[in-house]
Design a protein around this ligand. Structure first.
Ligand SMILES: Nc1ncnc2c1ncn2[C@@H]1O[C@H](COP(=O)(O)OP(=O)(O)O)[C@@H](O)[C@H]1O
Ligand SMILES: [Mg+2]
Length: 411
């Protein structure tokens, strides 16, 4: 036997074990022979035992290798994210079960397909850039792109890319694929809400601006004529005083001046009451609505019935203020547009949602028209609706020509 070939096969430890086993056998056999033939026979026997031992070791390694492969395969397939391995042309070479289920095909049908078949048309560039930056810039390049399942359903996916070189020198792109549709949906929803809040804030500022304009216009309209008349009266009084006593003209002017001052005072008080209702500082919503309703009746002659079961319940101040402004706008609308004979305000604060309703028996109107027709009027209804939404509630409007109007706010 060639000695070097023998050595290449044998591990010194194995040889020792084989010698020991043979010695064990020999102890139970005939005494040792010392001829060349007997020595060669001994060598061959040792070699045979060595080979058998090596064989057994190989078999055990193979079993261990298979077990570890099976456990890696189970981990790979049962991973909660998709794993894909692509060749340089983007063709799928390996896919775990989650990747198959995300893309909607069984593994047999998925392998050898190009992954770009599952990328939405308008995202192909992003996918290309991901592959490129993974090759250029190294591990963990990430992209969020829209993908299309085999059945055509779209979903948002996050792709994390890692490129590695395999033994034949070719690059393999490993991708971790996860469905992030739910996160994207929430993100879009949140963006929508932020936009809506921005719009609402803008509208709120606009509404305040309009209120200021209306105030200045009303102040002007309702007081400037009186003030002009006052000035003219004073001129005449001064003139009459200078030309000697003309008692009739003098006293006439003085009386007129008094009346004008009283009227101007009344107008200014009226406008101030619209802008700020002192009762709001002292009492709850019911107090302020009742107090405002009394003033309203005095001014317009329209009776207002205020109904509230638990009037002593206090709610947050900004809620009280906002609900009062809504009632105020409803009553103003009744006076301006409704030609009603009675108005009812019902307030329920001890229930959830809170409910405030203003109902009139006036002429009513076509609500579809007023929502779309820019000529339909100001922004009163729109502001009321937005205020209710701003408070996290809603406004219901029921009206029809000849059928009165009902405004209900639920918060
Ligand atoms: N109580 C009501 N009765 C009849 N019509 C109403 C009533 N409330 C509102 N409207 C109608 O809806 C329109 C829009 O109201 P609103 O938005 O408050 O604006 P404005 O009061 O400045 O006209 C009014 O012009 C009117 O035609
Ligand atoms: Mg109005």
């Amino acid at each position: 036997m060639n000695k070097s070939a023998r050595n290449s096969l044998a591990d010194p430890l194995l040889r020792l074990q084989a010698e020991a086993e043979l010695a064990d056998e020999a102890a139970h056999a005939a005494p040792p022979h010392t001829t060349t033939l007997q020595r060669t026979e001994h060598e061959l026997r040792v070699y045979q035992i060595e080979l058998e031992m090596q064989n057994e070791q190989l078999r055990q390694s193979q079993v261990a290798l298979q077990a570890s492969q099976a456990s890696y395969m189970a981990l790979y397939d049962q991973a909660p994210v998709g794993y894909l391995s692509l060749d340089g042309a983007g063709v799928i070479e390996q896919a775990n079960l989650e990747a198959c289920s995300l893309l909607g095909l069984v593994r047999g049908a998925l392998l050898q397909r190009s992954l770009s078949d599952f990328v939405a048309t308008d995202e192909q560039d992003s996918f290309y850039m991901l592959r490129r930056s993974s090759a250029l810039h190294g591990p963990a390049q990430t992209a969020e792109i829209r993908m299309v399942r085999a059945d055509g359903a779209r979903f948002w996916a996050q792709l994390v890319a890692n490129t590695s070189s395999v033994s034949n020198g070719k690059d393999v792109l490993h991708l971790v694929l996860s469905d992030i549709s739910e996160r994207k949906r929430k993100e879009l929803e949140r963006q929508g809400m932020v936009k809506r809040i921005e719009d609402l804030s803008r509208r709120l500022v606009q509404a305040q601006e309009e209120a200021r304009k209306r105030l200045s216009r009303e102040l002007h309209d309702r007081t400037s004529a009186n003030l002009t008349a006052l000035r003219l009266n004073l001129d005449q009084i001064v003139k009459a005083a200078g030309q000697g006593p003309d008692a009739t003209l003098f006293w006439e002017r003085v009386e007129d001046t008094r009346a004008l001052i009283a009227d101007t005072n009344f107008s200014i008080r009226d406008i101030c009451a619209e802008l700020h209702t002192p009762a709001l500082d002292r009492g709850g919503l019911l107090d302020v609505v009742q107090s405002y309703a009394q003033q309203f009746t005095k001014r317009t002659g329209l009776p207002v019935l205020v109904d509230c079961a638990h009037g002593d319940v206090r709610i947050e101040r900004f809620l009280e203020l906002s609900l009062f402004r809504i009632v105020q706008e409803c009553l103003t609308n009744c006076a301006k547009h409704a030609s009603a004979s009675t108005i009812q305000v019902a307030i329920a604060l001890s229930r959830t949602p809170l409910r405030v309703a203003v109902v009139d028996d006036g002429c009513g109107f076509d609500t579809t028209l007023s929502a779309t027709d820019a000529r339909a009027g100001g922004h009163g209804l729109q502001n009321m609706r937005e205020t209710a939404e701003f408070l996290g509630g809603k406004l219901l409007l029921e009206s029809a020509p000849g059928r009165g109007t009902r405004v209900v706010v639920l918060v």
